[in-house]
Design a protein around this ligand. Structure first.
Ligand code: SAM
Length: 265
């Protein structure tokens, strides 16, 4: 019996499974997140020298585990993906960069994306199935209704592209939502924008979107002080109006002055 709290909606449609697998580039190592019963896993084995399949459910992980005569290129890790250091797992298996793929457990899509970007230096590309509405937020352009912190997180580490949608009927049991496959071409955007302290920038971006409808002045005054912010051209704008590189430029300007919240203002 599939376990709903673990997001167990299994892909049953062979042509959709084939279509997803074809989007995964050939590589040395594919890390599959949420391998489930292994229908996608088998297809990924045809595209990689080795596959590391991560699955939290012990019952499913046991059926995935190698039996004598099975493909030695498959390694199964029974674990919560959020407890893992993906960068370290990749470094232990290849000198190059890995591809991350999977039909994600939708209830933890954002934290999984966070883990993937934590390991961005060891990953070339990710191809992930997620809820269509989340895919829209991931790929959203500044100024659009869907643009928010998740868009900045994804676009600060990659070039995300929505490839195609998948209807609920392709899964058993069928989810209530439509799904979408997204490709993330990993890119060193932060480096290009001159951001050295990645975590500090992401914390800043999160604060900018704290109250999405409020101005940057209102969201940031507790941290940087009203007086200092009031002089900025962006002060009366909302974070959703600024492209990720513009937010990065703003962060660099504010960080250079120190984040002491010169709260005199
Ligand atoms: N790959 C299979 C497929 O395409 O049919 C299963 C995909 S299903 C949407 C998501 C899978 O992720 C389930 O097998 C579930 O048990 C697993 N999962 C849920 N939470 C997880 C976690 N925290 N870490 C690793 N796997 C998890």
């Amino acid at each position: 019996m599939p376990r709903a709290p673990l997001g167990q909606h299994f892909l049953q449609n062979p042509s959709i499974l084939d279509r997803i697998a074809r989007q995964v580039p050939e590589s040395d190592l594919v890390i599959e997140i949420g391998a489930g019963p292994g229908t996608l896993t088998r297809r990924l084995l045809a595209r990689a020298r080795a596959v590391l399949a991560i699955e939290i459910d012990p019952r499913l992980a046991a059926t995935l585990k190698r039996k004598p005569g099975d493909d030695l290129r498959l390694e199964v890790l029974r674990a919560d993906v959020l407890d893992l250091d993906l960068g370290a797992l990749i470094a232990a298996r290849t000198a190059g960069r890995a591809v991350v793929a999977g039909n994600l457990p939708y209830y933890i899509t954002s934290p999984i994306l966070g883990r993937i970007f934590d390991a961005a230096e060891r990953i070339s590309e990710s191809v992930l199935l997620m809820q269509k509405e989340v895919a829209a937020r991931v790929c959203a352009a500044p100024g659009s209704r869907d643009f928010g912190y998740l868009s900045v997180l994804c676009q600060a580490h990659s070039r995300p592209e929505l490839l195609f949608t998948v209807p609920p009927g392709a899964f058993r049991p069928a989810p209530k939502v439509t799904s979408a496959l997204v490709r993330f071409l990993i890119e060193p955007c932060l480096e290009r924008w001159g951001v050295g302290d990645r975590r500090a920038f992401l914390a800043f971006a999160q604060l900018c979107f704290h109250h999405k409808r409020k101005t940057l002045l209102n969201n940031l005054e507790g941290r940087f002080g009203r007086k200092r912010l009031a002089g900025l051209p962006e002060a009366q704008m909302r974070a959703e109006q600024l492209a990720p590189e513009h937010l990065a430029a703003l962060w660099l300007r504010l960080a250079q002055g120190g984040a002491q919240g010169d709260a005199a203002g």
